[in-house]
Design a protein around this ligand. Structure first.
Ligand SMILES: Cc1cc2nc3c(=O)[nH]c(=O)nc-3n(C[C@H](O)[C@H](O)[C@H](O)COP(=O)(O)O)c2cc1C
Length: 142
């Protein structure tokens, strides 16, 4: 309660890229998604997670306090590494309000989209700007 008074609920969005551990199984991936959806529904966090072979791309949106707390958890999470922040910004409204955590992985249908935003033959989100990542994530959702 005290926190609510001291810290107004400013709505923010955070996008990062990270490298999945090479030995990550489908089961582990499902567990990450299940955990994200369950926690986020309880914490008022919404967003989108993209898994593409070696990389995670994730946008999370919610109160600044909740997103900052989630960043601490993500940095300590040993299921991925090399986390780089791509963008944090204040929002007027949520862009992923329908999803506690939307999830997209590579398919034959969306393969061309990765190439559309790529600077390299192999998709590598560490080389992409925040603007490109935003475009990619929006299009992947359609
Ligand atoms: C790629 C990736 C994405 C994740 N996304 C979320 C998320 O959106 N929300 C969340 O609460 N935890 C997420 N997690 C899990 C957190 O790092 C952390 O394990 C979890 O929040 C701790 O939850 P607990 O306190 O209930 O054990 C993610 C982990 C990984 C590796």
């Amino acid at each position: 309660m005290t926190q609510t008074i001291l810290e107004p609920h400013i709505l923010v969005s955070m996008t990062y890229v990270s490298r999945a551990n090479p030995d990550m199984s489908d089961k582990e991936l499902s567990e990450i998604l299940r955990q994200a959806q369950q926690n986020n529904a309880a914490n008022g966090i919404t967003g989108m997670l993209v898994f593409n072979r070696h990389y995670f791309l994730q946008t999370v949106e919610g109160s600044r306090a909740q997103i900052s707390q989630l960043l601490h958890s993500l940095l300590a999470d040993e299921r991925h590494h090399d986390l780089q922040l791509l963008e944090t910004r204040e929002l007027k409204y949520r862009e992923w309000s329908k999803w506690s955590m939307n999830f997209v992985s590579p398919t034959t249908e969306n393969a061309a989209l990765y190439l559309k935003y790529s600077t390299t033959v192999d998709f590598n989100p560490y080389f992409l700007s925040a603007e490109s990542i935003r475009g990619l994530m929006t299009e992947l959702n359609h």
